[in-house]
Design a protein around this ligand. Sequence first.
Ligand code: IMP
Length: 435
Amino acid sequence: MVIKSVAIIGTQWGDEGKGKIVDFITKKYNITHVVRYSGGNNAGHTIIVGDKKIVCHLLPSGIINPGTICIIGNGVVIDPEVLIKEIQKIEMLNIKITSDKLKISENAHIIMPYHKQIELKSEESKGRNKIGTTGRGIGPTYADKINRIGIRIGDLINKEIFSNKLKKNLEFYNKLLISIYNGDPINYEKVLEEYINYAEIIRPFVENVNHYFFKLLNSNSDYIIIFEGAQGTLLDIDYGTYPYVTSSNSTLGGIFTGSGFGNIQFNKIIGIAKAYSTRVGNGPFPTELKDDIGKYLQNKGKEFGSTTGRPRRCGWLDIPILKYSVNINNINSIVLTKLDVLSGIKKLKICTKYELDGKEFDYFINNQTFLDNCRPVLEEIGGWEEDITNIKEFEKLPDNCKKYIRKIEEMTKVPVDIISTGPDRNQTIIRNEIL
Ligand code: IMP
């Protein structure tokens, strides 16, 4: 029995195009399992096949590949209503989601209505300093997990446990909503009824994921498992630009605590890097462009959130950030996405280092004082005019485009193995096989 493992990690602030790449690799390499291990429906992984566009918020991006088993690990937070709607949407494409196809950890925490309410109120109260969250209740759900008052999928499917936990939590949250946030209380009976209905739909998919993996390890078959990251390294609760981050570990370490699987020797740790930078929500962004080029990238790259529709802030590629992600995640393969968006920009720039108080730093410093005051040092690189969306071989790319890719390799010391030149599965150049 051989088990191969591949990690897919966002190297920037999310939205790097992980969904397309997970779907592409799943199909190309006959991936047996795709596992989500962090985040929740703050993510929006877009897959385009032919004329079909599918956005997965919770379901792993391998979901449309027949024969691939999808697992939602304990590190994910689940909004049951969103999950059920997503299952129904996929089933409308004639893809049957059975309990053999989808397995959900009984230890994943669930997002409750009070989490969404509290997040809304808390963001409102921060005014200009708000995080700019996706408003899905992600942070408060993880806060409850850490505070040991969270409710898990395994609790949800036991009416007695669920109703007791709900009652207790609502006693606390209703006081908070009324007295601190001047809001309306949440009705216990209504939530109970709603969630008990969800429980019955979700029940068949609930699994002891750890034991499932144990059985896999002790079987005679071969497996290839993808661990699908959500968000990106710079949004990680520990390694990201805190406090403007999400509330989970979106980096490699999250796999060990959030998937239910510990026996992992990664064959590839793939960093997904967009050819330029984007960020949704507030927080530091050293290479941000507030000019026409920023607007050009936003429009051409369709940089509007797949979860919230918010416009994404856009900027030049930031090499110190890529190097930081490579280090944090031990990345040994880069997939460069949305390279086609850069076609038509005469003079491209890449941030190779930062400058602060006359000193230069060729590495990322994750410190608010530094990030608030540093200036990106930009190196100019020639652009290219050609449309590259239908090019299938690296050698056929325009010379400056190849230079851009080689510059990334030279500076990060990691090969760019796959290049994505458009949203479709077919618009992908493989330079080196990853498995
Ligand atoms: P939260 O995850 O909803 O708490 O939002 C915290 C921060 O992470 C905000 O800046 C969000 O815009 C950002 N964020 C969360 N998920 C994603 C994502 O999938 N892509 C891009 N940004 C995200």
